[in-house]
Write a protein that binds this ligand. Sequence first.
Ligand SMILES: [Zn+2]
Length: 136
Amino acid sequence: MSAVEVTGLAPGGAGSVTCAVDGCDRPAKAKALCEMHYRRQRRTGSPTGKRRPGPKPDPFRVFMRQTFGEYSDRTFDRLWFGWRMLRDLRGPDDLEQALAATTRPNGSINVNWLERVGMGALVQYLIEHEDDEVAS
Ligand SMILES: [Zn+2]
């Protein structure tokens, strides 16, 4: 008898079996799992596997994260912010120009600077579109 079966049996006997997941006291509905864990098992292949909340990650961001794998999450977030602002608000030419300007001779990117340039693009965009909401 496995540990799961032992712990899964509640004192009440048949009909009161609890979920096989450690720490889950909900009654088992199917395959020794409660409804939530059974659904999670079907959806993700693991009863405890959690899907990341929110929309699917941008594949280009995933690519960039791999490219800059040595960056910390925090540094990468700042790089990505600047990159995205320039790409989305200014377009690829401005992005390329900014990247050239913020890349040091040794090839590394001055993330502080790129973040600031991205912030500048955002502020300028907001100023330029200040009246949009009022007009519509
Ligand atoms: Zn459960």
